[in-house]
Design a protein around this ligand. Structure first.
Ligand SMILES: *Cc1c(COP(=O)(O)O)cnc(C)c1O
Length: 404
């Protein structure tokens, strides 16, 4: 059975810790991780949690306890992963447009590194030659993903070294005798069509024979999860079958089969998360009835940034008559969470919960309008734990330097 928190549990969390509040359900993360484990059990696959989706240290520790590895997008994420207890060999730093000093730092820390530009590849070669294995992040020139803002593999994307520059890559590899141990692609987020991964693999198979020391292929993340009722999830079983078929057919040049790495972020933590808000005001107008909550895109930016859809439920009045509301935030910018959404009758003071708030929710939050970031709570083995206290006024001033 699929793990989820009941309306009662969410209500208790809101009453105990106040709102706005992020609540995460550890067992749901476990369930998603196990889905991957089961699907890929017949293949040599390793899972790296793309932690930029949600980096609370307790989440990292939970993910580590499941046996997962971790994918990082910045050197600070690498340090957080180490802090959470991940061993360096379980940490991957997939860089993008970073200063070479961060790559040097990652090497010092002993983690896996994917390099995404010719210039950093050259600097790496000059400095380290063959002494430290690295991966290359390629841009496969494939258009995929939920929308253009979250597509990363197409031919106008900044990510990765374009595959058409393979000759330049090979020339650097030869000049500096680079030890290339993996090729990486990440085509985007919310990829529901398994064929996209198959296309990516096809692009890689043309290139694999050019590298003699490859140990694994990294196919990135981007598995889709359901947001709306009845929405599809990436068919992980089918993906596993396709990946196995492709790699059985194309062993690497030395006959040794290549391991496959994946970097799911959203898939592991999207559905585990809930943002609970409270209705401050109801405002009737000719166009709609606004339900104004004590949150905004300062806490959950995805609807305004990506037009993403989050299911919303009135947990204070689950039996109430259904009516249409536009759910909006309280900051001084247009911040619409949902327009003309059917909800059980909303009254001022009711708790509205946003679903799928685990990935890129708290993580992209800010103090815009000088409002506090929400508190975070972890629900694990039936117990609620506060895992981040709500901001206080001092937090707003913490790094400011008063000179006047
Ligand atoms: C963001 C990111 C991911 C995870 O994407 P999801 O859509 O959350 O699965 C994986 N790999 C890399 C390199 C990323 O930047």
């Amino acid at each position: 059975m699929s793990q989820s928190l009941s309306l009662q549990q969410l209500k208790e969390a809101a009453e105990q810790f106040g709102t706005p509040l992020y609540v995460y359900h550890a067992e749901k993360i476990t369930e998603q991780y196990q889905k991957l484990q089961t699907a890929f059990s017949k293949s040599d696959v390793k899972i790296f949690y793309a932690c930029k989706a949600l980096t609370n240290i307790n989440i990292l520790k939970h993910v580590r306890s499941l046996g997962s590895n971790i994918d990082c997008s910045s050197i600070n994420e690498v340090k957080l992963a180490l802090h959470a207890g991940f061993e360096p060999e379980r940490i991957l730093y997939t860089s993008n447009g970073i200063d070479f000093s961060e790559i040097e730092e990652a090497k010092e820390l002993g983690v896996h590194i994917n390099i995404d530009s010719l210039s950093n590849l050259e600097k790496f070669g000059k400095k380290f030659g063959h002494s430290y294995p690295v991966g290359i992040r390629l841009r496969p020139n494939i258009l995929a993903g939920g929308n253009l803002k979250i597509s990363t593999g197409h031919d106008k994307s900044k990510f990765g070294i374009p595959v058409d520059q393979i000759d330049k890559i090979l020339s650097l590899v030869a000049t500096y005798h680079l030890f290339i141990k993996d090729l990486h692609i990440h085509t985007g987020s919310e990829i529901k069509d398994v064929e996209v991964f198959v296309q990516g693999i096809a692009v890689l198979f043309d290139i694999i024979p050019k590298f003699q020391e490859l140990e694994f292929i990294d196919l990135g993340g981007g598995f889709k999860v359901p947001y709306k009722e009845g929405d599809a999830e990436t068919d992980i079983e089918l993906l596993a079958a396709k990946v196995k078929e492709a790699f059985d057919r194309h062993p690497n040049p030395k006959g040794k089969s290549l391991q496959v790495w994946f970097e799911p972020g959203k898939f592991l933590v999207s559905e585990c998360g809930y943002l609970i808000t409270q209705v401050n005001v109801l405002k009737e107008s000719t166009a709609t009835v606004f339900a104004g909550v004590n949150s905004g895109f300062n806490h959950l930016i995805r609807p305004m940034f990506y037009d993403s859809y989050h299911r919303i439920k009135n947990i204070s009045n689950p039996g109430g008559e259904e009516k249409k509301y536009s759910v909006v935030g309280n900051i001084c910018e247009t911040d619409t969470f949902a327009w003309d959404r059917k909800l059980n009758e909303v009254r001022e003071g009711d708790y509205l919960v946003f679903y799928n708030a685990g990935a890129y929710g708290f993580e992209m939050s800010s103090n815009f309008n000088s409002r506090y970031k929400p508190a975070e709570v972890l629900f694990k083995e039936g117990k609620m734990h506060l895992i981040r206290r709500r901001d206080t006024f001092d937090d707003l001033l913490k790094n400011q330097v008063a000179v006047l």
